[in-house]
Ligand binder design. Structure first.
Ligand code: GLY
Ligand code: MN
Ligand code: MN
Length: 432
């Protein structure tokens, strides 16, 4: 890991040195952020360090940690000393990573920033204490965010590891579903097998049985086991050094027309994964997905209209209302997905795909998700009935599918020019 980590630091130094030349800076200070608290309470929200700081360190960064980046110098890590007997001590992690850093332990009100060069810029969240001293630099955030989309080998290894950990959890969750367990118990099985607490998950795991599978970001975990659990949709990931996996699987119990729909969506998803290679505009891939969903609706006798007419009437969007995927990294919906360039110009999605989080052209070693879905969402079906004349949908067949909720299948891909690497399917193959 150390060679990969060293290379990673060298790449980040290069990116930041370019930024300092571009913005005429002598130093950049990156803050991890500080704890925030529930209103009128002494409990803090779970802490997630700012991704721009986390990116530099091979362990989970804590609050009140600062990095100082200067051209041609080892970066400095300002490590928080906590005089606090209420919480666990905060020792500096051992390891070879330290060779790449100058480490400066400091207390909260130490004036470690007083000797910084005049042209220093701040990156990341600021507390009131810090507001006075170092100013932000317009455009710096967008500049560094744009580069984050292409991952270094160190980051790719972490993302692979995050997929592997999550897949342990997914296999345990599938088993718990087949045993008829509740949403809560399925989630607990996932957490235990992926070796994490719910606060450590990169995003709150989505565990929906039956109709709950139609709620895109279903946020509850019902305690009761159902006598007839037909479908499990689980969208859950894990972390490695702060890098996330974001994986969805949908299971059912019987061989029937709903399982045939799952197989159809799985084939569609794998075909899109194969098409996701260097140079492909992600907007176009999303459009291909809409065409494929229209075909699936026709093949499974949900909608009798031809593909063109379905697209014209936006029928696929009734059943697949979200985007095909997004950048993945330290943030699950990683930054920079709409950026055209490092100046921060944006390319927003078209109105027929308003929730698309990625409008960039794919580049080698971007990590993205591919996550088509097909759901029976009462609100959207009613809206279609009210607004679309001659929609061609078989409402009885839709009623038949509604108790199953819906389907999403989501993999994490490392983009390559010939054939991208499916980190998720690799992990399932290694463990199943
Ligand atoms: N888990 C959220 C998403 O798939 O984007
Ligand atoms: Mn996702
Ligand atoms: Mn997901």
């Amino acid at each position: 890991m150390n060679t990969l980590y060293q290379q990673h630091i060298a790449t980040l130094m290069q990116r930041y040195e370019n930024a300092m030349v571009h913005f005429k800076l002598e130093a950049i200070v990156i803050a991890s952020g500080h704890k925030t608290y529930y209103f009128q309470d002494d409990h803090s929200h779970p802490f997630h360090g700012y991704s721009g700081a986390q990116q530099w360190l091979p362990f989970d960064i804590g609050a009140d940690t600062f990095l100082i980046i200067q051209p041609g110098q080892k970066p400095t890590l300002v490590w928080p000393i906590r005089d606090d007997f209420w919480h666990a001590p905060n020792p500096i992690p051992e390891g070879e990573w330290q060779n790449n850093w100058h480490i400066e332990p400091a207390r909260r009100d130490d004036k470690w920033f007083q000797n910084l060069p005049k042209q220093s810029a701040w990156l990341g969240p600021k507390s009131d204490l810090e507001k006075r001293d170092i100013t932000s630099c317009d455009g710096l955030n967008a500049y560094v965010d744009f580069a984050k989309a292409v991952k270094t080998p160190f980051e790719i290894q972490a993302l692979q590891q995050a997929s592997q950990s999550a897949v342990h959890g997914h296999l345990a969750a599938k088993q718990a579903f087949l045993e008829g367990k509740s949403e809560l118990d399925i989630h607990l099985a996932f957490l235990s097998a992926s070796q994490q607490t719910s606060a450590q998950e990169p995003y709150p795991g989505i565990v929906g049985l039956n109709e709950h599978a139609a709620v895109l970001h279903y946020e509850h975990k019902a305690i009761n086991a159902l006598p007839n659990s037909r479908t499990l949709l689980i969208d859950a990931g894990a972390n490695c050094h702060g890098y996330a996996s974001d994986i969805t699987r949908t299971y059912t119990r019987h061989q029937d027309d709903f399982s045939a729909l799952i197989t159809g969506l799985d084939t569609l998803e794998q075909s899109l994964c194969q098409q996701a290679t260097t140079g492909v505009a992600f907007r176009d891939l999303h459009q291909s997905c809409l065409v494929d969903v229209a075909q699936l609706l026709k093949d499974h006798k949900i909608c009798s209209l031809g593909i063109e007419e379905q697209l014209e009437k936006r029928i696929p969007q009734v059943f697949f209302p979200h985007g095909l995927g997004h950048l993945l990294g330290l943030q699950v919906h990683d930054v920079g997905g709409h950026q055209i360039d490092s100046s921060g110009q944006l390319s927003m999605p078209d109105d027929h795909a308003p929730f698309l989080r990625l409008t960039r052209t794919l580049e080698e070693d971007m990590i993205i998700t591919i996550e088509p879905g097909l759901y029976f969402i009462p609100m959207l079906i009613e809206k279609m009935q009210a607004e679309v004349a001659h929609h061609g949908c078989d409402l009885e067949r839709i009623q038949h599918f509604m108790p199953f909720g819906g389907i999403r299948i989501e993999d994490n891909l490392q983009i390559k020019s010939e054939s991208s690497i499916n980190l998720t399917r690799q992990a399932f193959q290694a463990l199943e």
